[in-house]
Design a protein around this ligand. Structure first.
Ligand SMILES: [Zn+2]
Length: 394
C-alpha cells in the first residue's frame, strides 16, 4: 500500500502559526523555496505596507468556470482532465529530484479500469464510485482533485510517487503547486464533512463538479465550501520598540515558541473588532489602532477546516499585561533587537519548529515561526521598520 511506502526524506518538525497549527508527521529537508525567501526580503510595499502573497496563495488555475454547471460536464471533461490524488491531509507527489505534484492523467485512470460512471463520478467495476472535484483549468486541461480509495491506491503503488502530508510540503513545493495542493485538500475535506444536510439532516450530494453540495430531500438546501476567517496580529508597544508575542497553551508541547496572537473572527464582528477582542482576552491589553496588511489561506486549520489568516498590525494603549493563563502559556513584550535576532534563526536547523535539535541558545530563549507562516512576515516587517509602525500622536 502507498501508506507504507518509505518517505525518501528525513523527518523534521514543522512551523507554528498562532494556535491553529498541528504537529506534522514528516517534512522534506532542503533549501526553502526561493519564492518565499524572496518574499521575506521584499515583503512590504514601501507605500501601502501590504504583505506579498503568502504560502498557499498564488494559485494560478482559472476558477471562473461556468462549464461545471452542465449536466454532462464530467463525461465531457474527463478525457482532458488531470487528477491530483489526496488521502486525508496527504497529497501525492513525485519522487524526482524536485518535489512536484503527481498529476494522474485520464488515460492513466482508464488504464487502471476507471472511467466516468454516474453524474459526477468515476468508478472501477470492483469499487465504490469516486467523486472528483474541479479545482480549475490550465490552458485546455481540467485540474481536479480525487480522494483515492484503497483500490486506487493499491493500483497505483509505485516507487515513483508517494503520499505526503500537506504540512510537510510547505517548505519544498513550488509556491503555485502548494496553493493547488492546499485547495485540493481543503475541498476534499469539506466534502467529506458535509455528507448530511445542515438544515434537515438528509444526505447531500456534490453538484457542479464539487462547487457545492445539494440536499437529496430538498434541492433548495445547498451548502458551499467554507472558509473560517482568523485574525492574527502583531501588537506594538506604546513606545514602538517592543512587540507583543505569545504562546497558546496548545503549543506548549512544541517548545520555546513565541508567535503573534490570533483568534477566530466571530459572527457580526469586524476584523478590527476581532483583533481588539482577542488581544484583550489573551493579554489583557487594549489596542487603539489596527492596520490590515494581508492574508494567507490556511487549508490545514483546526479539525481539517480551511481558514483564512488575516494579518494585522495593532497599537497598544498601554503596556500593562494581564495574561489569560487558561488559554495562554506565555505572553511577553519583546524588544525589536531580540525580534531581529530571533528572525535570523527562524529557519535554522536548530529551530524546534523546522529542524532536528532543540539546543537552547545562550542569548535568546524563544523562536519565531519560519517564513511559510504569515506570523513570520508580520514580525519581520515590523522589525525592519526603522521607526515605530504607528506614528506618535502629537
Ligand atoms: Zn436538507
Amino acid at each position: 500500500m502507498l501508506s507504507s511506502l518509505r518517505v525518501p526524506v528525513e523527518l523534521l518538525r514543522l512551523p507554528v502559526v498562532g494556535r491553529h497549527s498541528r504537529k506534522s508527521s514528516c517534512a522534506f529537508r532542503g533549501t526553502l523555496r526561493a519564492s518565499i525567501l524572496r518574499g521575506t526580503d521584499q515583503n512590504i510595499h514601501p507605500m501601502d505596507k501590504s504583505l506579498t502573497p503568502q504560502a498557499f496563495a498564488s494559485n494560478n488555475l482559472n476558477r471562473s468556470l461556468g462549464d461545471r454547471r452542465e449536466a454532462e460536464f464530467l463525461h465531457t471533461a474527463f478525457p482532458h482532465a488531470h487528477f491530483v490524488i489526496v488521502s486525508g491531509s496527504k497529497v501525492m507527489v513525485s519522487r524526482d529530484a524536485m518535489v512536484k505534484l503527481r498529476w494522474l492523467e485520464a488515460r492513466e485512470l482508464q488504464s487502471l479500469q476507471y472511467g466516468p460512471s454516474g453524474v459526477g463520478t468515476i468508478q472501477h467495476s470492483q469499487s465504490e464510485a469516486l467523486s472528483p472535484y474541479l479545482l480549475g483549468k490550465e490552458d485546455s486541461t481540467w485540474r481536479m482533485v480525487l480522494e483515492a480509495d484503497e483500490k486506487l491506491l493499491s493500483s497505483m503503488e509505485s516507487s515513483a510517487h508517494e503520499l505526503v502530508d500537506l504540512r510537510s510540503l510547505m517548505p519544498v513545493l513550488p509556491m503555485e503547486e502548494l496553493a493547488v495542493a492546499g485547495h485540493a485538500v481543503a475541498l476534499s475535506n469539506w466534502h467529506k464533512s458535509h455528507v448530511f444536510c445542515g438544515k434537515c439532516g438528509s444526505r447531500t450530494e456534490p453538484i457542479e463538479a464539487g462547487g457545492k453540495r445539494q440536499c437529496l430531500a430538498d434541492p433548495a438546501h445547498r451548502e458551499y465550501p467554507r472558509t473560517d476567517p482568523v485574525a492574527i496580529m502583531l501588537v506594538e508597544s506604546v513606545d514602538g520598540e517592543h512587540a507583543l508575542l505569545g504562546r497558546p497553551r496548545s503549543l506548549k508541547r512544541r517548545g520555546p515558541v513565541l508567535t503573534c496572537l490570533s483568534g477566530f473572527i466571530e459572527q457580526g464582528e469586524s476584523i478590527e473588532e476581532a483583533v481588539a477582542r482577542e488581544v484583550r482576552e489573551e493579554a489583557g491589553v487594549d489596542v487603539e489602532s489596527v492596520h490590515i496588511l494581508g492574508s494567507q489561506p490556511w487549508p490545514i486549520g483546526r479539525g481539517g477546516s480551511c481558514e483564512l489568516m488575516i494579518g494585522c498590525m495593532a497599537k497598544a494603549k498601554s503596556d500593562a499585561l494581564h495574561m489569560d493563563d487558561t488559554e495562554m502559556d506565555d505572553v511577553r513584550w519583546i524588544s525589536k533587537a531580540d525580534v531581529k535576532k530571533a528572525l535570523e534563526r527562524s529557519s535554522a536547523a536548530d529551530n524546534p519548529l523546522t529542524g532536528e535539535h532543540e539546543e537552547q541558545h545562550q542569548d535568546l530563549d524563544f523562536f519565531v515561526p519560519p517564513p511559510w507562516a504569515i506570523a513570520h512576515h508580520l514580525v519581520k516587517i515590523w522589525a525592519e521598520q526603522q521607526s515605530a509602525w504607528f506614528p506618535a500622536k502629537l
